[in-house]
Ligand binder design. Structure first.
Ligand code: DSN
Length: 414
């Protein structure tokens, strides 16, 4: 590279990723092929519009790429329509709201402090200034069960136009049938934001909301799906909804699609169809269970009581007296990256909450199995219990580096 400064920073990040363990549950590693497509000459091309209906010339290859991406993602998630142009999850969700709601309409989504996502109605977001968001919560944070009775009561009272099932920090399984039942009762459209678990659904390791009658799925493509950073919107069968969504993405909220990203999405969708991806997804779940076991043995409180998916939310302040921020910092020091996270009913501030959130998608891509995951969980707990012990932290950092070396980030998709 001519730009030595940026080259140095890329190399630094490469080294950081190679030598440390990534436990942020929304991160993963892409294959060399996804990276290649993402860094391809499609980045030079403008292609406003959709295949066969563009506003610029020279679309022979972009049309083929986008059609392939649509065809593959529809096959992967068993739906009729897909928009593969959203730049990421937030614009994907915004486009659904713009397509189907009128300003002032009500949307029912999961409370942020109970695991929901910012884009499902946090007061600081643009959608919250346009639409009225109401929330549902867990009945009991120690079991994670959603309070479906209360959710129905809120729905009957507020008559939402849209009901969202989805989360960024919820470790249990949602009962999609209940969502659909309640939505039908109040005449609402159903949308599942499956950003965190898309890869697990694609591989059949977790249930597909479409199989229970959901109308729309939104997702990012870079988490468990192992694609490039990006978004998708899928519509099960309603063409009218799909057309409105296309218009909401372009010209509604986006301009030219990022064709290099769409090419990379198409590659990732192809990879996700393989038997080895199915194995990967199952292993992600087994690995999370293995870490859960260690946390349980050590009597560390987990929100939801454990996990059914790829992530664990642990109340480290309540269990060990270590704040989320302290835990994040001290684990970073030994080469483990995860994030502090608020927990339901948190009395601490968002920038230093009571919990940590971690998961197994990235380490499973590296080839970790239950044995290594248990070992990492044990090391994590040791660090958290002895956060001021320099010698111990040095030793654990060495152990983490050894593990990272033994399980290098795979270049090729296997
Ligand atoms: N930022 C993502 C996460 O970490 O869950 C969600 O958008």
């Amino acid at each position: 590279m001519r730009d030595k400064l940026i080259e140095k920073l890329i190399k630094g990040e490469e080294k950081r990723q190679a030598e440390g363990l990534e436990l942020i549950p929304s991160e993963n590693y892409v294959s060399e092929d996804v990276l290649k497509a993402n860094g391809s000459v499609f980045t030079n091309k403008y292609s406003e519009g959709y295949p066969g209906r563009r506003y610029y010339g020279g679309q022979d290859f972009t049309d083929q790429v986008e059609r392939l991406a649509i065809e593959r993602v529809c096959k992967l998630f068993n739906c009729k329509f897909a928009n593969v142009q959203p730049h990421s999850g937030a614009p994907a969700n915004l486009a659904v709201y713009a397509a189907l709601l009128t300003p002032g309409d009500t949307v029912l989504g999961m409370d942020l402090s109970h695991g929901g996502h910012l884009t499902h109605g946090h007061p600081m977001t643009l959608p919250a200034k346009i639409y009225k968001f109401v929330t549902y919560k867990m009945k009991n944070p120690d079991t994670g069960e959603i309070d479906y009775e209360d959710m129905r009561r809120v729905a009957l009272e507020t008559k939402p136009k849209l009901i969202i099932a989805g989360f960024s920090a919820y470790p249990r399984t949602l009962n999609y049938k209940k969502f659909v039942e309640i939505a039908r009762e109040v005449g609402a459209i159903t949308m599942a934001d499956m950003a965190h678990i898309a890869g697990l659904i694609a591989a059949g390791a977790l249930r597909n909301p479409f199989d229970d009658g959901f109308d729309i799925i939104t997702s990012t493509t870079h988490k468990t799906l192992r694609g490039p950073r990006g978004g998708i919107i899928l519509t099960r069968e309603n063409e009218e909804i799909a057309k409105k969504i296309d218009k909401a993405i372009f010209p509604g909220i986006q301009g030219g699609p990022h064709m290099h990203t769409i090419a990379a999405k198409a590659v990732a969708f192809g990879e996700a169809m393989t038997p080895s991806f199915k194995k990967y997804a199952k292993q992600v779940l087994k690995n999370a269970k293995a870490m859960e076991e260690v946390f349980r043995k050590n009597k560390i409180r987990m929100i939801g009581g454990g996990t059914d998916n790829h992530l664990i939310l642990a109340d480290v302040f309540g269990s060990l007296g270590v704040t989320g921020k302290e835990a994040q910092t001290v684990l970073d020091e030994v080469g483990i990256t995860l994030n502090m996270n608020a927990i339901a009913g948190d009395t601490r501030k968002p920038l230093d909450p009571s919990g940590i959130r971690f998961g197994t998608p990235a380490i499973t891509t590296r080839g970790f199995r239950e044995k290594e995951c248990k070992y990492v969980a044990e090391l994590m707990i040791k660090v958290l219990k002895n956060k001021d012990d320099k010698k111990l932290k040095e030793y654990i950092h060495k152990e983490i580096k050894k593990l990272a070396k033994k399980f290098p980030i795979p270049k090729k998709f296997v």
